[in-house]
Design a protein around this ligand. Structure first.
Ligand SMILES: Cc1cc2nc3c(=O)[nH]c(=O)nc-3n(C[C@H](O)[C@H](O)[C@H](O)COP(=O)(O)OP(=O)(O)OC[C@H]3O[C@@H](n4cnc5c(N)ncnc54)[C@H](O)[C@@H]3O)c2cc1C
Length: 293
């Protein structure tokens, strides 16, 4: 491991903070102090060493054997949010979606409200093309600053990310460090009301205070994944302490002592049952990383 300005933890725990609270450690868990420190590290690191950026793990299964190589978490210094002319918000990739939506509301910028309901970081949203209520990150992203696996700091226009539904072409090992979003002029009170509506709807329909990973599967064309899962009889299905949520069938839960292997196996069982019942092949939305034990 080359020297790096920042915090470096060998065998750093990921289960401590990712939403499911399961899975093995990172071989090296690194919190670089600055973008430049991150770039220097990636430039100096043997190109064969894998690099995985993580946000808060709200769409992540970390397998029980842990993650080889370097896992990058962004520090608070890379979570700053500021408003710029042209109805734009510039956000460090470590900032939470709700912080970005709130800054936009305060500045009278409409169109970013949906980020209120997505409990992840800006980096995760840019990578996943996160979205809700008919809007996706690709609709509001102007550009993203990325540290490439080779250690170059580059600003990419949104088009370069090759967005489709819950997918980007961000290369493996590239770390998003900042993003610029653009909305339209709006009334802060109306924007705030829409954010409150989103929060209330989420509360009613999703297991927000549980150990979960958000939507397990993408919605197939013309279908809702949760409805296919429900129709296949999987609501409440259990494997050990892993369970299909009763509240929202496309969410899996860790009831307490589940392993990542149990969660992943339960999801594969759901996939097989849905295929047998409706003929539809569900595609994973949750990112699965690391090695099985
Ligand atoms: C209760 C709940 C509700 C949710 N609702 C929605 C929803 O409505 N819509 C939706 O789209 N998603 C939803 N999700 C899923 C999740 O919040 C989003 O996918 C979010 O964008 C993930 O952000 P994160 O920071 O947690 O990323 P992580 O889960 O940590 O990582 C997800 C992926 O992004 C990559 N990544 C993370 N940070 C960076 C970075 N800085 N640079 C490059 N790559 C990075 C990781 O390598 C990984 O591949 C929900 C999740 C939960 C738990």
């Amino acid at each position: 491991m080359p020297p790096v300005a920042g915090r470096v933890e060998p065998q750093g725990s990921l289960a401590d903070f990712i939403w499911f609270r399961t899975g093995g450690p990172a071989e090296w868990l690194v919190r670089p102090d600055t973008v430049e420190a991150l770039a220097d590290l990636l430039a100096a690191l043997d190109p064969d060493v894998p690099v995985l950026p993580v946000g808060v793990g709200s769409n992540l299964i970390v397998r029980d054997g842990g993650v080889p190589g370097v896992v990058v978490r962004l520090p608070k210094a890379m979570a700053r949010v500021s408003v710029e002319p042209g109805n734009r918000v510039r956000a460090g990739a470590g900032a939470m979606g709700i912080t970005v939506a709130s800054a936009a509301r305060d500045a009278g910028i409409a169109g970013l409200e949906f980020l209120r309901g997505i409990p992840g970081t800006v980096g995760g949203a840019v990578r996943m093309n996160a979205g809700a209520y008919g809007r996706d990150t690709s609709d509001i992203l102007v550009e993203a600053t990325v540290v490439t696996r080779a250690g170059a700091i580059e600003t990419w226009p949104a088009e370069r990310l090759g967005y489709t539904y819950r997918h980007s072409e961000l290369p493996a090992g590239a770390v998003v460090v900042e993003a610029v979003f653009e909305g339209t002029p709006g009334d802060p009170a109306a924007i705030g009301a829409e954010m409150d509506r989103i929060a209330a709807e989420r509360e009613a329909s999703q297991p927000l205070r549980s150990r979960t990973g958000g939507s397990t599967f993408k919605n197939p064309d013309g279908h809702k994944a949760w409805a296919l899962i429900d129709a296949a009889g999987c609501r409440g299905l259990r494997r050990g302490d892993a369970q299909v949520s009763e509240k929202h069938c496309n969410f899996l839960l860790n009831l307490g002592a589940a392993s990542s292997a149990e969660i992943e196996a339960l999801a594969e069982e759901v996939r097989a049952r849905v295929k047998a019942h409706s003929g539809v092949e569900l595609e994973w939305e949750i990112q699965r990383v690391g090695l099985a034990q």
